[in-house]
Structures are given as structure tokens and as C-alpha cells.
Design a protein around this ligand. Structure first.
Ligand code: PMV
Length: 338
């Protein structure tokens, strides 16, 4: 028997950052993100029954040995939880809606898409319907591939990691969380400062937290910020939300500087944008804030506002690489395409 499916799954941007893990991909602190709308990966997967696990893979219609090796490793790891995977021969092709090496991390979108498509195949084999349990399991599998991918299985706002503040929160998988309508159309304009390959992988970054002098303080800070962010999400306080987002981004990059060996991913133009955003906010009182992942690119977070958008397009574009800005926004999550 053969089975096939096609899924698109978006990237997400963390407001409370996951940085530091233990055991088998458990986070040292809870994280909160919102799912994006345009920045997606598309995975087409077909399988045949076989004696052993086999993988054929193309990325944007070309062979890609690096991605193929990663996918093979993940499918093998998933066999511990879904042993049927070991009896399938996979044909996988994937692509991204954002340009390759645009500086947008694709692990959240690609690993969540792979988890959804693989699980869909297992569900088809067992004649099961896609239900709530399906998404819970997909988030669990995605987490094993890339922690942040666990949060891309659902749209809008999601939390991953155990916290006494939220019933059902878990280190094993992400859960969707409710939020005030002030965040319903939140924007994320991504300013590409550099599209160079990352100097270090996020797995090494997580590992370095095991010996970071400030680790415990950081995990405590993330817990406090989680409480405050949940509060802002409930009351609709955009300025409080943005203040926490910026504090989290600055902490993340400070942790990199204080690791041993240390590293620093921001570029001069990342710092220029951060300064300009603060200056603009002070001058205009408009709610424009930044957040940053493990790289030099700056995510600008704001409610829909044409004034802010034209400030970004006219004043901040000069700090980007080849005028690269991706105007994205909150999205509704993955889709089964066929
Ligand atoms: O999912 P990973 O292992 O690539 O780690 C992601 C880490 C950050 O993007 C910096 C923060 C986060 O929570 O997404």
C-alpha cells in the first residue's frame, strides 16, 4: 500500500525565548510565540511499506544531502515513539515560501511540517481522523526535531514548557493560549540584516547554557516574563507586551556573550535598528518594538499601523541587506493541502 500527503506549516516568532534544554529536548523555561502567516515550509510526503526505514529527499527540486541527513536522523528518533516509521520508505520533497538563505530560520516551519505530514501518513494507515490528539502528537514529534517547531503546529499564540500559570502546559508539547483582540492582527516585519549562514547552531547555543554563569537567573527571569506576558496578553496591554519582547531579545544575546566559549550574532546594523526603534517610540509614542532570534535579523512587532509601516519602509530599510524586508503577521497555523 502507498500513502501520500502534503502540508504547509509556518514559522513562528518567540516573545519569551527558549534557550537552554535538558533531557530529551525539554526546555529549561516556558516559551511563548506567535505563528507567522507567510513564512512557511511545504512538505510533500509519500510512503511505501518496506523492510526498513529509507528516505529519498529533494529540497526545491534538488538533492540536498545536509537536509536529507537531518530528516533521516529525525525519522529514526521518532521510531522510539512511532515504531511503524521503521517500516516505511519515504519520498519527501520540500520547499519554503521565503527565499532560501534569506536569514529566516526554517527549522520551526520545516520540522513542524515534517511532523504533521509523517503523522498524517500514520493516521491514514490506521484509518484515523485528524483530531485534537493528532495535533498534540504532532507537536510532541516536532519538539523532538526542534524545540521551537513544537509551537508551529497551531496558529496564533502558543506556549511550550511546564508552568504552574497554565493548566495543561507541558514540557512535552506546546498548547494554544488565549489572547486579547488587541493582538489579533499583530504584525512582524522581518528586517534581514544578513542572510549569511549562522556562525553557530542553536543546539550548541542551548548546550552552552549548561555552563553559563547566569543560567539559573535567566530561567527565573523567563518565568517572571512568562507571567507578565500572559498578563499583558489577557489585558491587551501592547506596550507591556513589547517591553517584555525587547527585554527577552536583549537577554538572549547577552547570554551568548556570557557563554564560554562566547559568541555574538548581532551586526552593527542590528544595533542601529534597535536604537532607531527606541528613538522612534520615544518621539512618536507609537507601539513599535523589536524582538530577535538567534541571528542578526530584527523582527519588528506592532499592531497594524500605516505610519509605522512607512517609517520601516523609508527609514529602516537602509540597514538591511539588499533592501530585504519581509512584512509578515500573525497566522492561523498549518494546513493540509492534499
Ligand atoms: O528550536 P531551536 O532549537 O532552533 O531553538 C530556537 C531558539 C530561539 O529561536 C532563539 C528561541 C525560540 O524560543 O524560538
Amino acid at each position: 500500500m502507498s500513502f501520500q500527503t502534503r502540508w504547509s506549516s509556518p514559522s513562528n516568532i518567540a516573545i519569551i525565548k527558549y534557550w537552554g534544554k535538558f533531557g530529551r529536548q525539554f526546555p529549561c523555561n516556558p516559551s511563548i510565540s506567535f505563528t507567522l502567516n507567510k513564512s512557511k515550509s511545504i512538505f510533500e510526503v509519500s510512503v511505501l511499506e518496506s523492510n526498513s526505514l529509507a528516505v529519498n529527499y529533494t529540497f526545491e527540486n534538488e538533492n540536498n544531502d545536509k537536509f536529507k541527513a537531518r530528516i533521516e536522523k529525525i525519522l529514526k528518533a521518532w521510531c522510539d515513539f512511532e515504531p511503524e516509521i521503521a517500516t516505511l520508505s519515504f519520498n519527501i520533497s520540500s520547499s519554503n515560501t521565503f527565499p532560501h538563505s534569506s536569514g529566516i530560520a526554517s527549522s520551526a516551519s520545516s520540522m513542524s511540517a515534517l511532523a504533521l505530514a509523517t503523522l498524517d501518513i500514520l493516521y491514514q494507515k490506521k484509518n484515523l481522523d485528524i483530531d485534537r490528539e493528532f495535533y498534540k502528537k504532532a507537536s510532541f514529534l516536532a519538539r523532538l526535531a526542534s524545540g521551537s517547531a513544537s509551537r508551529s503546529v497551531y496558529g496564533e499564540f502558543n506556549l511550550w514548557g511546564e508552568t504552574e500559570l497554565m493548566n495543561n502546559s507541558s514540557n512535552e508539547e506546546a498548547i494554544p493560549i488565549s489572547f486579547h483582540e488587541n493582538f489579533k492582527h499583530i504584525q512582524d516585519s522581518i528586517l534581514i540584516v544578513s542572510s549569511d549562514e549562522k556562525e553557530i547552531s542553536s543546539s550548541l547555543g542551548h548546550e552552552l547554557m549548561n555552563s553559563n554563569y547566569f543560567a539559573q537567573t535567566r530561567f527565573d527571569q523567563a518565568r517572571e516574563n512568562t507571567r507578565d506576558l500572559l498578563n499583558a496578553l489577557e489585558t491587551g496591554d501592547f506596550d507591556h507586551f513589547g517591553t517584555i519582547a525587547e527585554a527577552e531579545a536583549r537577554s538572549l544575546h547577552a547570554l551568548m556573550l556570557t557563554s564560554e566559549p562566547w559568541f555574538f550574532l548581532l551586526k552593527e546594523n542590528s544595533l542601529n535598528i534597535m536604537a532607531k526603534v527606541r528613538e522612534y517610540r520615544q518621539k512618536t509614542q507609537r507601539p513599535l518594538y523589536f524582538t530577535i532570534d538567534a541571528g542578526p535579523n530584527i523582527h519588528l512587532i506592532y499592531p497594524p499601523d500605516n505610519e509605522i509601516k512607512s517609517f520601516i519602509d523609508s527609514e529602516l530599510i537602509q540597514y538591511t541587506e539588499n533592501n530585504k524586508i519581509i512584512h509578515d503577521e500573525i497566522g492561523l497555523g498549518p494546513e493540509k493541502l492534499s
